[in-house]
Ligand binder design. Structure first.
Ligand code: NAD
Ligand code: UDP
Length: 324
């Protein structure tokens, strides 16, 4: 029986955060979910509200907050390109000031703190697949920089609090993750394609669709994050968490059509600036240190995600930004 802890999840009402809260509540931990609901809604955690070991706090992580906790998962940050580019200055503030606030709390409480970093720290990578040793290729001036550089600065802050103040940290670099509770209007490729296919709308392929991504199912990712947090203190990361099975965007579109039985047609749209042409995690480190690797293949995960999309009422979801 693992010891029960007080755990803060910032961004806990979001797509990944809500599932993480669910898993931690199931394990009996005392969970505080903190969120400003910029890209999520309370309905993601409504089923947890009656549980005695779950609390919901509406708060913006760019502002300090004083809580007593044993562990912190720092997920607060808009994650979809349309969301993080909507107010790029706020995105950077969320990564940087949010990290300073949770690291300060971790220092004061002697809590362990995990940063939800991203494959975007590798930018448009020239090394393929990407190992943690690759230092990345990010355009500091481009529209993705508010997110990429914000997350890179957050990693720096985590390492400096670790070196200077002995804060017990973990850094997980998350690669494209999908599953039930993705915001249907987040503009990400999987939510767009499923929504479009189910409605019989055109499937929007950015560029010629030859760019690649490697998609990790939500449950696999959350398992990896928990293993990283619970893992040995001498393995602080960074560690890549993602599914190494790589697909072109065109292959993904064809699979979505196949699984939905949709007759939607493809339409090409311009490739957004700095859109990475290829992405696949090297997960050797996660396998070695955490005994972790994904178990859900894209076809299976997409089937579950499509089933969830069929159950939701789109009018209950507010598009957080006009960019979907
Ligand atoms: P999401 O948008 O569903 O979740 C982010 C949550 O953070 C939302 O609930 C949002 O309201 C909240 N939030 C945003 N700014 C905040 C602020 N200033 N204060 C408090 N809360 C705030 O996205 P997600 O996919 O669940 O991503 C969760 C985390 O994982 C993010 O940090 C993201 O960068 C990281 N990540 C996700 C992916 C992915 O593919 N899903 C990939 C790499 C990294
Ligand atoms: N994409 C696409 N059509 C869409 C949305 C996205 O072709 O309707 C492409 C996008 O250009 C990118 C890939 O799909 O190459 C993944 O995009 P997403 O926004 O999901 O994530 P990220 O670019 O952050 O990996």
């Amino acid at each position: 029986m693992p010891s029960l802890k007080r755990i803060l999840v910032t961004g806990g009402a979001g797509f990944i955060g809500s599932h993480l809260c669910e898993r931690l509540v199931e394990r009996g931990h005392d969970v505080i979910c903190l969120d400003n609901f910029f890209t999520s809604q309370k309905s993601n955690v409504a089923h947890l509200l009656g549980r005695p070991n779950f609390e919901l706090v509406r708060h913006d992580i760019t502002l300090p907050i004083f809580l007593e906790v044993d562990e912190i998962y720092n997920l607060a940050c808009p994650a979809a390109p349309g969301h993080y580019q909507y107010n790029p200055i706020k995105t950077m503030k969320t990564s940087v000031m949010g990290s300073i606030n949770v690291l300060g709390m971790a220092k004061r409480c002697r809590a362990k703190v995990l940063q939800a970093s991203t494959s975007e720290v590798y930018g448009d990578p020239e090394v393929h697949p990407q190992p943690e040793t690759y230092r990345g290729s990010v355009n500091t001036l481009g529209p993705r920089a508010c997110y990429d550089e914000g997350k890179r600065a957050a990693e720096t802050l985590f390492m400096d609090y670790h070196r200077s103040n002995k804060v017990n940290i973990r850094i997980a670099r998350i690669f494209n993750t999908y599953g039930p509770r993705m915001h249907p209007f987040d503009g990400r490729v999987i939510s767009n394609f499923i929504r479009q296919a189910l409605a019989g709308d055109q499937i929007t392929i950015f560029g010629d669709g030859s760019q690649t991504r490697s998609f990790c199912y939500r449950d696999d990712l959350v398992e990896g994050m928990i293993r990283m947090m619970d893992g040995p203190d001498d393995f602080i990361g960074p560690v890549n968490l993602g599914n190494p099975h790589e697909f072109t965007i065109l292959e993904l579109a064809e699979l979505v059509l196949d699984l939905t039985g949709s007759r939607s047609k493809f339409v090409n749209r311009p490739l957004p600036a700095d859109d990475p042409l290829q992405r696949r995690p090297d997960i050797t480190l996660a396998e070695k240190h955490l005994g972790w690797k994904p178990t859900v293949e894209l076809r299976e995960g997409l089937t579950k995600t499509i089933e969830w999309f069929k159950t939701i009422n789109l009018s209950h979801y507010r598009p957080p930004t006009p960019n979907y």
